[in-house]
Design a protein around this ligand. Sequence first.
Ligand SMILES: CC(C)(COP(=O)(O)OP(=O)(O)OC[C@H]1O[C@@H](n2cnc3c(N)ncnc32)[C@H](O)[C@@H]1OP(=O)(O)O)[C@@H](O)C(=O)NCCC(=O)NCCS
Length: 159
Amino acid sequence: MKLRELRIADATRVAEIEAVLFAGDSPWPRTVFAAELAQPYTFYVGAFTGEDDDELIGYAGVAKLGPRDDPEFEVHTIGVDPSHQGKGVGRILMDQLVHAADQYDAPMFLEVRTDNIPARRMYESYGFFTLATRKNYYQPSGADAFSMMRHRASERATS
Ligand SMILES: CC(C)(COP(=O)(O)OP(=O)(O)OC[C@H]1O[C@@H](n2cnc3c(N)ncnc32)[C@H](O)[C@@H]1OP(=O)(O)O)[C@@H](O)C(=O)NCCC(=O)NCCS
């Protein structure tokens, strides 16, 4: 498996996987991924099979938001092709996102479906905790979300 930062040209394949993973929860289409990949404040990373970008099997992205000297990171998305789940790919991608935030000593935020146990367990293992419940957050499914936060590295070190 190989990791590299995603490019606008990857948006089509990312949207294909997204459509499978988030059916019923308004998966982002190619145009949205292409727009986000073009932004200077986003960081998206992909996991590929083989040495030559054979096939994208997972993707993850964050946005760096807020003041330049005190940013925060919002997890946009993370997903692994169903046939490759449960083999450590998600953790490798998540390592990249938390590393990006920790480089700025920045807190992280995300939303996750309350019934998404695999994702919640993964986030908790990185120190995320629940801030609030957001009713009917996902549409059209109407599923509830937890808003989760991970403290900045310097605060985690002292707590
Ligand atoms: C969440 C997701 C990205 C995890 O990717 P993955 O490659 O399957 O995960 P990994 O094999 O790297 O496992 C990482 C951690 O996730 C958790 N996890 C994964 N599968 C799990 C399961 N079936 N049950 C409970 N926890 C699970 C564990 O904490 C695991 O760590 P561990 O192996 O050290 O115990 C993947 O399940 C996915 O794409 N889900 C659909 C999309 C999605 O829900 N994205 C998150 C939106 S908020």
